[in-house]
Design a protein around this ligand. Structure first.
Ligand SMILES: C[S@@+](CC[C@H](N)C(=O)[O-])C[C@H]1O[C@@H](n2cnc3c(N)ncnc32)[C@H](O)[C@@H]1O
Length: 172
């Protein structure tokens, strides 16, 4: 099933057009999403990548769907992604997704989160920033990413959406 279909099935908040980004990625062994709300996007990762360990973090866990905590491959952590001391200890991830959300999503937070989590992406792994609202913000993020050891990037700007998605590849 495509990610667009999985985002629909699990009723995530992600625009279905973002699915193309994730369809193109190799299956990760360990994925972390920052900003999960209901946690339903974690169920989409877990279904499409049946061998992956799936981690999620949010400042508020009160909105979680009951099925999320019960899932054997999903780990949910309460924490603030802008605070480096809240990062899950000593783990490297093949994929990190920043979906802390556009309403609170100033580029300064996206930059802070990228600085906090860049070292948690394993060599050759992927870091995705969703819901980038401005071209200036996008440029700042790419500039910072190049100083944090990311070698390549792609930008998805789906027709009709005001948001862009930045996909970064960590140096091998
Ligand atoms: C757009 S929602 C996430 C939607 C979800 N990823 C999905 O695909 O359905 C954004 C979430 O980010 C959380 N959030 C906001 N600021 C945060 C922060 N600094 N650290 C962690 N989570 C944060 C909010 O509590 C909210 O639940």
């Amino acid at each position: 099933m495509t990610f667009a279909a999985l985002f629909e099935k699990h009723r995530t908040e992600k625009p279905r057009a973002y699915g193309a980004v994730y369809d193109a990625l190799p299956a990760p062994a360990r994925v972390l999403e920052l900003g999960i709300k209901t946690g339903r996007s974690l169920l989409a990762w877990a279904e499409r990548w049946p061998d992956a360990a799936v981690y999620g973090m949010d400042t508020v866990l009160g909105n979680l769907d009951p099925g999320v905590r019960a899932h054997p491959r999903v780990v949910v952590v309460e924490g603030d992604a802008t605070d480096p001391s809240h990062a899950p200890a000593d783990l490297l991830f093949d994929l990190i997704v920043d979906d802390v959300g556009y309403t609170s999503h100033e580029v300064s937070d996206q930059l802070k989160i990228m600085r906090n989590y860049a070292a948690r992406v394993r060599p050759g792994g992927t870091y995705v920033v969703e819901d980038i609202t401005t071209e200036e913000g996008l440029s700042e993020l790419i500039d910072t990413a190049s100083r944090l050891g990311f070698l390549a990037w792609a930008v998805l700007h789906p027709p009709g959406l005001e948001f862009r998605v930045l996909v970064l590849t960590k140096e091998p």
